[in-house]
Structures are given as C-alpha cells and as structure tokens.
Design a protein around this ligand. Structure first.
Ligand code: OAK
Length: 801
C-alpha cells in the first residue's frame, strides 16, 4: 500500500476500507481514510523494528502505566513521517480543509495529567531513539471526563472517544490472558497454589508509536477486559435478557473508565482490580515473549527492564515473584532478586493522599497469594537489614510506595528538588538502608509534538536559522544564542509569537465569544486544578489588580488576558470551588467597561492535550506558582519555556532547573523556598499576619466576602475565604505580596517590547535540555542498562513514503 501517492491511497481507503465515496463522504470518513493511508506508511518500519530487536536479542524496555495521555495521533504520525506537504496537497486537492480534517480526531485522553502525558512523551522519545520498548496500560472505554460549566460550576460528562472508529489500533485476537481475582490459596504437593474465584480475559490492542522520521516504531499495548465466556444463552432463552448479559457487563467494568471514584469501597476494589489486571497481563506477556525467545529465567533482567510509572503497577513485584516462584519453581530468594533486577519505580508525588495504601483485608480477599508474598518479601528485606525500621505493612494497610521501593533496583524522582525531598522525607529510612537506589531523572517533553508540530511558525524560524538538527537533538537550540542580539531574528521571533496570538484571539472570538487584544500580555495557567497549584493565588491577584485599575483608570496599565484551563477531580470540592470563583470573577471583570481594556479573565472548558497545543505557542507568561516542595516536576513549565513564554514561578519542581538554564534574568521568581514553607507553617496565624500586612490582599478577600462575585448568593465563597484566612495550608496569603511584586516586574518587562522578545527568545534557546530524549537517555544509562538498536539498521529499513 505504500507504492502509491497519498491522494490515491486516501481515495482507495475511502472506497475499499470505508465503503464510502467521495461524493458522500463525511469529514469523519475523510479523516479515517487519511489515517489509514498514513498508517500504511509506518507498518513496515514497525515490523522491521521488532524483527531487528529479535535478531540481535536486544533488551527491551517495558513501561507500565495506568495512564497514557496521548492526544491526537494523526498529526503526530504526519509530522514524524514528514508527510505534511503531501497531506496538505492531497487534502486541498480533494476540496478539503486539512486543519478541519486533522482536528476532527478526538483526543485519546487515557490519563489525568502530568504522569500520563509524560508516559506519552516517553513513548515517542523511545521510538525516536530506536530503543525497543512496549508501553503497557488499559484501553479505557471512557477516558478523562468532559468538562463544561453551568453557572460557572464544573459539570462532568462521560468521554466516549471509542464510540468512533479508532484507526490506529490493532486487536490481537491471539494475545489474551486469563486473569483471576479472589478465591483461596491451598497447599498442593507441598506448594501453595492460588485458586482464583473470579476470572476475566485481558485482550491486547496494539497501537504503533512512530518516532521522528519514521525510522523506528514501538508498540503501545493496551488491555481490554472481556468476559471469559460470551453471554448466557440458557438464561437468554428463558427470557432473562439482562441477566444473560450480566457476566459480560461485569467483566468489562474493569476497563470501562479511567480512575473510577475511589471514595467508596466498591470504587476502591475496582481500582485495585484495574491495577492488578493490567500489570499481571503485561507481566504474562513479557514472560511469554522471553520464553519464546529462549534463555535461562535468571537472565530475565538482561532482557527486560520494567519501569513502574508510580505505584499503580506496584503489584508487579509480588506478581513477578509469584510467576517465577510459584509457577516456575524458582527459589523464593532468587525470584525476588530476579524480579528486582527487572523492576524500577518512578515516584511522581510526595503528596500524602496520593501515596497509595491498600487495606490488608481488601488485598487478602482480592489477591490472597500476593498478600502472602508481600509478607515473605517484607521478611526477606528485614533479614537483609538487621537494623531495619521499615515495614511494607502497618495499621492494617499495605504501603505500595515502600513495596515498589523494596522490589526495585532503582527508584527515581522527576526533578532534582523532588528527588532530594524524596531522600529527606517519604523515603528517608529506605534511602538510609539503600543509599544507591534513588536516582534523579528530570522530566522532559517531546520537541516533535511540543515545538515542531504545535508551533510551526517558531519551528520554521528555528530551522531557517540553525537547520533541522534540533528536532532530534534539542540542545542544538543553543546555536540560536548568537541570534539573540540580531534584530532581524528577534523581529521574526516576535512576529511568529504575534501571529500565534492573533490566531488564538480569532479562535477565542469564534468559539467562545470573547474578544481579546492580541497585543495584551497572554498570561496562562493551564493544569489540573489543585490547591497546591494555587490557581486561587492567581485569581486573587486578578481581583487586586482590577481594584487597583478601578482606583486609577487613567494609570499606565499593561493590558493582560489571564487564561485558565484545567479539570478538578469530580470529588474534590474545594478545587471545584476555585473553578467557580474564577468563572464568577471573570463574569464581573470582563463586563466592567472601566477596566476591561486592561484586564480580562477567561476560563476555557475541557482542557486537554489539543487545547494545550493551541494555547502554549500563543502564551507570553507561564504561571508555575505551586507551593514550593509540592510540584514534583511539572512538564507544562518546560513546554512554555521552549515556546518562548518566560515563567513566573516559585522554586519548585523543575522550575529550579529551568531558571538555572534560562538565566535568573529571564524568569520571574517569587515566593518561599521549600524550607521556608515548612518554617512558615509553624508560625501561628501566618495567614492573618500576611493579610494584615498587605491591603491589596485584604481588599481582594474583602471583595469576595462581600459578595461582589457571588451573584445573588452573598455567602457563596465563605468557605474559600475561611480557608485562606484560616489554616491556609498552601500558604497562598503568605506568598501573595511576593507574587504581586513579581507580576509587576513582569508588567514592566513586557512594556519594553525589545527586552521582552529577547527574554522570550532566550527561553527558547536555552530550553534544549528539557527534551524527553535527554530524559530517556538518562533512564537508559542509570536505570535500564539498554542500548538503542536503530543505529546500523536504518538502511535495512524501508524509507518512509
Ligand atoms: C498522578 C497520580 C498519582 C501520583 C502522581 C500523579 C501525577 O500526575 N504526578 C505528576 O507527574 C508529573 C510527571 O512526572 C509531574 O510533572 C507533576 O509534577 C506531578 O504532579
């Protein structure tokens, strides 16, 4: 199918794969036909990659993750296969709008936020680098919920990406594993044998992940839960129609939704089932492949590097021990050592509520053999460490972080600061026992999606200036350094940003009915809504600024558009209050004729990967304002810097490293450090003190209290104000004055257009280190001990197209 031009291939697929014809085809038909035509161009290299891996017996990376936030796939494939021009010509020649066809694709939102998006960037980088790898996760029928607003409040509805034909996946009918839950462990022939009570089938679906220039492709293998037996014909024939379909519905529940509500017992059980389901199916698949290729089981660590993306797949430790010891008769100590040789664990948060713990009762009833093995692992660890003070269980719970740590040969944090805090706080004791186990691998983002594809104007300018090498060697952006004093380059740089902003302004007007001035500063905070990320600090500053402008409407104000986007967890009441407050404040400020030339506030609904791709290239200022010590890394911060939006931020997560690289003069730093945060919390009445000391802050809180933003419901935000002026755990009030001052420094800098564009361009030129290619190289060397296979095989493979 790759012997024909793209246009012919699209028309053939339209006719023969979709049974449609050009006269009646819908946009959806065209998009699927294009996807299939593009897909044809990558299949041969995909197969060649796995052949090459087998031929050299290469070690593979297995990335186990509950989330893969991959977004749209068609544009990624077109860009990585360098088919932009051909696709553009083919589509326009067929009378279609290329942008509309590409944007017809729904986002695959199989993740909540940072952890899931990082997994997607890693998969792309692994393919770009030619490292043999599989991503393993769950094929959720419903990804992250869709968000809309009703009177400012978040409304969640089910997302249904899979109701459309999914052009990128292949169902592997031959890759299915039976997964069991519950039941009991009995002694048989002197050995413990687990007899599960409930069983479902894990069915594999594969999506190719194509690297830059299509030279290599890996596989994202997602598991779908299916019933062991179809439906119950006897019951159906007796007229019990609903009951006949019940086993199927129950089995499918496991892969039905991303992160079901785990505040109920049933929710908890389902979540643990999901974790075991995909982890165990993946391990079964890894062992099947290893055994098919031959080799002693103790050599598994030489062939398989299994990365646990946070603790969600931490049951992999006991499950792998079970597969080796119970099912393959490896002595227990050797099984533990072999499993540890394969496994490594990435921690993505220090927030206590996100550190997983499962009740021992639930674990015993759902996974009885695993509970026994966890105790054996704990005992073996204790025996190795006579002075031990760490236990995998306690207070009736299994500690998944500790379990993952003990079963991993390496444990990593995701930024220098976060890794340091891991050593000092949550894993202090384990770090003392295993001082070489914790390593740092600062996150990164793929430049193919986050610069080349998302920002064609800027990437075109970069390529014209330094050539195309930066696309897979992002540190080449340093070669822009001499251009940072070249007025022609800076003019072109500013023109690209201005054009991106004008596009965004047009889109905001067309899609959301809001008018914004493209010359205003676009000040953007887009991420999950969480108290630690402090969107409420940002909106308090907006209220204070609005009051200042009203007090002096003739002042020399720098026009700003504050843009927010992000979803709150459905059960997180306070985060939902923050969303409502921002929407309520926006309604008042935007309709104030005295101030709205200078200040607008917009909260865009349904934040997703595609919206991020639209907003980031058009941003001037990147809001990274979490309470220091709370944001493990951040990756949005890197995307903004790369696209020339300087950061206003705290010394938290990877902000620290961004500032080190782009230079302190090109970063608006404010706020307490992680150590100061701890000290400040100990000060009695810290919030009240901060409020008393800053009339702007007290004025803004007073404005909320008196109901200015509450429509008919004066006390609507009583809880928010009480929280901020009371415990204020995230120290919004204590950091407010410093934040205000940093914002005014940003205003002054923005008012000097020449200085600003230099600062923006500096951010681009000095962000090359934040490529996920660099991060993956770090994992390869420090954790996985794998090498790329691609080199040397390029010629043997099919050139794309
Ligand atoms: C999600 C669920 C459980 C634990 C952590 C997360 C998560 O998304 N953490 C985020 O991971 C990103 C990737 O490492 C980091 O950049 C974010 O700072 C972190 O919050």
């Amino acid at each position: 199918m790759t012997d024909v031009d793209l246009r012919t291939s699209i028309l053939r697929h339209l006719t023969y794969s979709l049974g449609s014809d050009a006269d009646h085809a819908t946009q959806h038909d065209w998009r699927i036909a294009l996807s299939l035509a593009v897909r044809d161009r990558l299949i041969e290299n995909w197969h060649a990659a796995s052949r090459a891996t087998r031929a050299v017996g290469a070690k593979r990376v297995y990335y186990l993750s509950m989330e893969f936030l991959i977004g749209r796939l068609l544009e990624d494939a077109i860009v990585n296969l360098r088919l932009e021009d051909e696709a553009q010509q083919a589509l326009t020649g067929l009378g279609l709008d290329p942008v509309a066809v590409i944007q017809d694709e729904p986002d695959a939102a199989l993740g909540n936020g940072g952890l899931g998006r990082l997994a997607a960037c890693f998969m792309e980088s692994l393919s770009t680098l030619g490292v043999p790898a599989f991503g393993y996760g769950i094929r959720y029928e419903h990804g992250l919920f869709r968000q809309s607003f009703e009177e400012g409040r978040q409304i969640e509805t089910a997302e249904d990406w899979l109701t459309q034909y999914h052009a990128w996946e292949f169902e592997r009918r031959d890759v299915r594993f039976k997964m069991c839950f519950g039941g009991e462990v009995v002694e048989e022939g002197g050995k413990p044998v687990w007899h599960g009570q409930e069983a479902v089938m894990a069915q594999a679906y594969d999506t190719p992940v194509i690297g830059w220039r299509g030279r290599w492709a890996n596989t994202l293998r997602l598991w779908s839960a299916q019933p062991l037996h179809g439906f119950d014909l006897d019951r159906f024939n007796r007229g019990e129609y609903a009951a006949a379909a019940e086993p199927e519905a129950l089995a499918r529940t496991i892969s039905r939704v991303l992160y079901p509500d785990d505040t109920t017992e049933q929710g908890k059980e389902l979540r643990l089932k999901q974790e075991y389901f995909f982890t165990a199916a993946s391990l079964r698949d890894i062992l099947r492949r290893f055994e098919a290729e031959g080799g002693a089981l103790t050599d598994l660590p030489k062939r398989a590097a299994i990365q646990l993306n946070d603790t969600h797949p931490a049951i992999a430790g006991p499950e792998l021990v079970r597969l080796l010891h119970d099912e393959r008769e490896m002595p227990l100590d050797q099984a533990i050592a072999t499993a540890r040789g394969c496994l490594s664990y990435t921690n993505h948060t220090l927030m206590p509520e996100a550190l997983e713990r499962w009740s021992e009762d639930l674990m015993t009833s759902l996974l009885p053999r695993h509970m026994q093995l966890i105790e054996r692992i704990d005992a073996a660890h204790a025996a190795e460490q006579p002075s031990r003070s760490v236990s995998l269980t306690g207070d009736g719970e299994v500690r998944m972080g500790e379990l993952a740590f003990v079963m991993a040969h390496k444990v990593n944090g995701v930024s220098a600061l976060h890794t340091d805090l891991m050593k000092k706080t949550v894993f202090a004791e384990l770090h003392r026992l295993h001082p070489d186990r914790i390593v740092n691998e600062t996150n990164g983002v793929t430049p193919r999606r986050w610069l080349l594809s998302a920002n064609p104007r800027l990437s075109g300018l970069i390529t014209r200036t330094i050539g195309e090498g930066w696309v897979d060697d992002l540190e080449q952006l340093e070669r822009l350094e001499p251009s940072l004093t070249d007025p022609a380059f800076l003019d072109a740089y500013a023109a690209a940003k201005r054009a991106n902003k004008a596009d965004l302004a047009d889109w905001l007007a067309a899609e959301h009915g809001v008018q914004v001035d493209p010359d205003a500063m676009f000040d953007v905070q887009i991420k999950r809504i969480h108290e630690y990320k402090r969107q409420h600090l940002n909106i308090l500053e907006a209220i204070a600024l609005w009051r200042d402008i009203k007090a002096n409407p003739q002042g020399n104000w720098v026009p700003r558009v504050k843009i927010f986007a992000g979803k709150a967890a459905p059960g997180y009441f306070f985060a939902k209050e923050i969303i409502r407050l921002i929407n309520d404040v926006a309604a008042v400020i935007n309709s104030d004729p005295e101030t709205n030339r200078y200040l607008k506030v917009i909260f865009l609904p349904n934040y997703n990967v595609s919206l991020a791709e639209r907003l980031i290239p058009a941003s001037d200022l990147s809001e990274q304002i979490s309470t220091a010590g709370k944001e493990a890394s951040g990756t949005g911060n890197m995307k903004f810097a790369l696209n020339g939006a300087p950061t206003i931020g705290t010394l938290d997560g990877a902000n620290v490293e961004i500032r080190d690289r782009v230079g302190a003069r090109n970063f608006f730093l404010f706020g307490m450090t992680a150590d100061e945060v701890e000290a400040r919390r100990a000060v009695p009445e810290h919030a009240a003190q901060a409020i008393a000391a800053d009339p702007r802050l007290s004025g803004a809180l007073m404005e909320i209290s008196r109901g200015t933003f509450s429509r008919r419901d004066r006390h609507r935000y009583r809880g928010v104000v009480a929280n901020l002026s009371g415990a204020d755990y995230f120290l919004v009030c204590s950091d407010f004055t410093a934040y205000w001052d940093a914002q005014r420094r940003a205003d002054a800098a923005f008012a000097d257009a020449d200085a600003w564009r230099r600062m923006a361009a500096c951010n681009t030129a000095r962000s090359g280190w934040f490529s996920s290619d660099r991060t993956i190289r770090g994992y390869m060397a420090d954790i996985w001990d794998v090498v790329a296979v691609r080199s040397g095989l390029d010629e043997a493979m099919q050139p794309p197209g």
